[in-house]
Design a protein around this ligand. Structure first.
Ligand code: NAD
Length: 341
């Protein structure tokens, strides 16, 4: 198949490009080489907000795999316009261009952040008060004041974004869903959980926690773990994410389907930090008890629908993948660069 791959120069996009090519697909690369992601290094800049560039790139394309986005939790409200512009306006321009080109299939990189907090047994919606966090009561509490247990999050869980980035990822899904209804096209929205692997961007406020731990270890410092380190996540290796994308590109899904992309083997943040420290013989992590009020406590995905809809099961267990990641190359960044509109 001929696949237009946006965000093709990025951490995940470059792995998707290699995976598609190794399975005989033709890849049309498309990336704006944002300075916030790539510093001064650049290739041919093509922006998803440029409908003319998309009209050219979409010629003969069977399916679009849309990875391009401004990523990360962001720092403050000044980041909101960049998220809205690249992620939401960009997706709207892309969907219009696909309609012009008669291209009816989209694979969309979405994220676990659309859920907000994870799911807890016996509670519909939970909040954590600052007073509880200050007192070291990190698990959300029941009405009776007991710590709640987490459960896996299925795709039909409530969607409650908590950051501008999360809001922009959910809006991408909503634009894509509306596009399927308007055009009859099909969308697979892949909700990636914590992705890690070679070429992940280095330590910035916009990069993932695994890269931050690695950067601490490279400085000879122990990884600093917030709360009590028992926050549960699902870490999925980038080669598995690339394969999920290929399976979605090759699938015959109709309408709109959202699918978790995860390893199905949850780990605590302290386990992640310890695995990285041990793999390089570095200092063991320090559990600081510090907290960030916006953070979610546990977010663990159900892998069931990805298996049913795409035939996807992760091949890399976090224990093995994190050991390999501990010494994998990271992508240089320019430091704390705020994304521009
Ligand atoms: N890394 C994760 O853990 C994770 C988790 C969930 C979802 N995602 C999603 O996966 C996708 C890829 O993320 P990544 O981690 O590879 O980030 P990345 O920053 O490495 O890659 C994103 C790429 O998109 C490009 N880009 C941004 N705006 C663009 C625009 N307007 N036009 C063209 N190209 C543009 C950037 O230059 C960059 O190369 C994103 O949609 C992100 O939201 C990532």
């Amino acid at each position: 198949m001929r696949v237009l791959l946006t965000g093709s120069a990025g951490f995940i996009g470059s792995a998707v490009a290699a995976e598609l090519r190794s399975h005989g697909h033709e890849v049309v690369e498309f990336d704006a080489y944002l300075p916030s992601a790539h510093g001064d290094s650049s290739g041919v800049r093509r922006d998803v907000r440029d409908g003319y560039a998309l009209d050219e790139a979409l010629k003969g394309v069977d399916v679009v795999c849309h990875q391009a986005a401004v990523v990360g939790a962001g720092v403050d409200a000044l980041d909101a316009p960049a998220f809205a512009s690249h992620n939401d306006f960009g997706t709207a321009v892309l969907l219009a261009a696909m309609a012009r080109a008669g291209c009816t299939r989209l694979v969309l990189a979405s994220s676990m952040v659309v859920y907000g907090e994870g799911r807890y047994r016996g509670a519909d919606e939970v909040t954590r008060s600052i007073a509880d966090l200050r007192a070291g009561r990190f698990d959300p509490l029941s009405d009776a004041g007991e710590p709640l247990s987490w459960e896996v999050v299925p795709e039909d869980a409530p969607l409650r974004p908590r950051s501008f980035y999360a809001a922009s990822k959910l809006a991408q899904e909503h634009f894509a869903l509306a596009w399927t209804r308007t055009t009859g096209g099909s969308v697979v929205a892949l909700r990636y959980h914590n992705v890690y692997g070679p070429n992940m961007p280095r330590d910035t406020p916009y990069s993932g926690v695994a890269a931050m731990f690695r950067s601490s270890l490279e400085r000879g410092e122990p990884p600093r773990v917030f709360e009590d380190g028992q926050q549960m996540r699902d870490f999925v290796e980038v080669s598995d994410v690339a394969r999920a994308n290929r399976l979605a590109v090759e699938s015959s899904v109709s309408g709109f389907e959202a699918v978790n992309v995860c390893s199905g083997r949850p780990v605590s943040i302290l386990e992640v930090a310890s695995a990285l420290s041990s793999a390089v013989g570095g200092p063991q992590p320090v559990v600081t008890g510090e907290f960030r009020p916006g953070d979610v406590r546990h977010i663990v995905a159900s892998p069931a629908k990805a298996r049913d809809v795409l035939g996807f099961e992760a091949g890399v267990a976090p224990r093995d993948g994190l050991a390999g990641f501990a010494t994998a190359p990271l992508r240089a960044t320019t430091g704390h660069t705020r994304p521009t509109v």
